[in-house]
Design a protein around this ligand. Structure first.
Ligand SMILES: Cc1cc2nc3c(=O)[nH]c(=O)nc-3n(C[C@H](O)[C@H](O)[C@H](O)COP(=O)(O)OP(=O)(O)OC[C@H]3O[C@@H](n4cnc5c(N)ncnc54)[C@H](O)[C@@H]3O)c2cc1C
Length: 533
């Protein structure tokens, strides 16, 4: 990926006239207020590692797999949140890791952690680099320097057990590569976050990622039947049998640990046969409350869609106004939709099983007030579903702020949570002199509740749009906490959500996390600034 954008320059897109009109007419945003990236202005912080340090690292991983070059350090200095992308445009002096290393096996990872512990050097594991919560920030903690440990060499399918429906894959395997490796054996993982093109299996596990097919295949933490984490005090293999009563489940201590306990080198995951068919259908609901009640009925009755999503009125309206290059959900032709709230469904599996689940789900949705729009909008969404992040760069270049945030709560508290977050974002951004478009959708459903995913578009105002967004994000986070939502449903804690963790897990919860951290990482070298306050 390019430094300052999602994807590569070749994938960059221009804004359509309909989006420019929306920005100009609704938000007062024009290209003149935008900020573009100037690569010549970028400077990397100098490496604090000595030649002797680099030689010691080369002894561990081999000389070809250690580098203190800016060209290696800069791409691993930041993630891909909007503040990260804006920082490339507005804060060109970049705080970088002091070197990048790429170990080849568990022994090299263990030796690196030994060396880092004795030499007081912090370690930030690096998967696909798609963190949106500051999880890759090169924080030294109490150490003298920081290494980015790239999992790129953990890139293989280590074993597959078709009988049990399990596979062991390296932590550095990306989403597309995992699907490719498994497809050779007729299997699929079925984990499709929007960051799928770049994010890795280790990253998914360490952030408790949730993909677009979570209704059918579950969150990533539900797919992981076992994992290996190399900690500074030794290797832990968690997850032995499909279910166990051998004390608390240590997998759950490691999933979501964001590199704070060590480096994950492989995961054992549940897999399923490549689906025979994919069926699509979209529905329109008159309003969000009616649609949410319909999704709740689908989930509580267990009718089994693979994907089910519901856009609110604003997201549906913005997509109608901006046609095929929608800012929110991408849903193609607009002929057959008349506002309301758009619901998209996919059903995968054998022809017979997908067909029966489809029939049952559509009956529930129609009984609860949905009108069928046919397969078109759902097919169009599936076709364009990894494309939307590219638009974010064009919006930033053209003077808009655009960012997403997410939470989850019980069905009964969902309306109040949605209203509180919308209000907090709007009020904060208006205080900076810009109207805000706050769009929301439900994309992950559970019998007891659902996630809410917000997309915010506003105008960049004043000299520091990063500070402008951080104020809005703080307001939204406080609203989430006050309304009883989780501070993150799938983006993880990182640095950005760390101030809110205590209010979610309490003082005793924090003490438990800190106790584990000090047991496995007694000298505090593992990703010091992330997760644990
Ligand atoms: C445009 C966009 C869309 C996104 N869509 C989704 C989505 O739909 N669903 C979703 O869940 N998330 C989404 N995300 C967030 C992000 O992609 C996920 O958090 C992803 O799981 C991170 O994987 P990664 O390999 O890129 O990890 P990285 O960004 O490299 O790392 C993330 C964190 O995990 C740690 N880490 C990474 N690998 C390891 C390892 N092997 N061992 C120990 N620690 C490790 C890192 O140190 C860091 O703290 C999106 C992000 C972007 C930019």
């Amino acid at each position: 990926m390019d430094l300052s954008r999602w994807g590569t320059a070749a994938e960059a897109t221009e804004l359509s006239e309909s989006i420019r009109a929306l920005l100009r007419d609704v938000l007062g945003v024009t290209a003149e207020t935008g900020r573009t990236f100037d690569p010549s202005a970028v400077t990397a912080s100098p490496s604090r590692l000595t030649d002797a340090d680099l030689a010691a690292l080369a002894d561990i991983v081999g000389p070809g797999d250690v580098s203190a070059d800016d060209a290696q350090r800069l791409p691993r200095a930041r993630g891909k949140s909007m503040p990260d992308l804006l920082a490339w445009r507005t804060r060109p002096a970049v705080d970088c890791p002091d070197a990048v290393v790429a170990p080849g096996d568990d022994d090299e990872v263990a030796a690196l952690l030994d060396w880092c512990t004795s030499e007081k050097v912090a370690v930030v594991p690096f998967g696909g680099g798609t963190s949106v919560v500051g999880g890759l920030d090169p924080d030294t903690g109490t150490n003298r320097a920081v290494l980015s440990v790239d999992l790129a060499h953990f890139d293989g399918l280590e074993s597959i057990d078709p009988e049990s429906g399990e596979a062991v894959l390296g932590a550095g395997v990306t989403g597309p590569r995992a699907e490719e490796l498994l497809a050779e054996h007729g299997f699929s993982l079925g984990h499709f976050p929007q960051s799928f093109p770049y994010a890795t299996l280790g990253g998914y596990a360490m952030t408790r990622s949730s993909g677009q097919s979570s209704a059918g295949y579950g969150r990533f933490d539900e797919m992981v039947s076992g994992l290996t984490v190399v900690t500074p005090v030794g290797v832990i293999e968690a997850g032995r049998a499909p279910a166990s009563a051998a004390g608390p489940d240590l997998r759950q201590w490691l999933l979501g640990s964001e590199g704070a306990f060590g480096v994950c080198t492989r995961v054992r995951v549940r897999i399923h046969p490549v689906p025979e068919v994919v069926r699509h259908e979209a529905f329109r609901f008159p309003d969000f409350a009616t649609g949410a009640a319909a999704l709740r009925a689908v989930e509580q009755q267990g009718t089994g869609p693979t994907v089910i999503r519901l856009s609110d009125e604003t997201e549906t309206m913005v997509n109608l106004a901006t046609a095929t290059d929608s800012i929110g959900e991408q849903t193609g032709d607009v002929e057959d939709r008349a506002g309301g709230c758009l619901c998209l469904c996919l059903f995968e599996g054998t022809a017979a099983h997908a067909g029966s689940r489809h029939a049952e789900t559509r009956e529930v949705l129609i009984t609860h007030g949905g009108t069928s729009l046919g397969p078109g909008p759902a097919q169009s969404w599936e076709h364009g579903r990894f494309g939307a992040p590219v638009l974010r760069d064009a919006l930033l270049d053209n003077g808009a702020l655009v960012e997403t945030l997410e939470t989850a709560t019980d069905w009964s508290r969902l309306p109040a949570l949605r209203a509180a977050v919308t209000e907090a974002l709007t009020t904060s951004l208006e205080a900076f002199g810009t109207p805000a478009l706050v769009m929301c959708h439900i994309s992950h459903v559970y019998p007891t509740g659902a996630s809410l995913y917000f997309t915010v578009v506003a105008g960049q105002r004043g000299p520091d749009p990063v500070a402008q967004w951080l104020d809005a994000k703080r307001a939204a986070s406080e609203a989430i906490v006050a309304a009883g939502g989780t501070i993150t449903h799938h983006h993880a804690v990182g640095v950005d959500h760390r101030p809110y963790l205590q209010s979610e897990i309490g003082e005793v919860g924090l003490r438990m996390l800190r106790a584990v951290k000090s047991a496995v990482d007694p000298h505090g070298v593992c990703n010091p600034g992330t997760l644990i306050p």
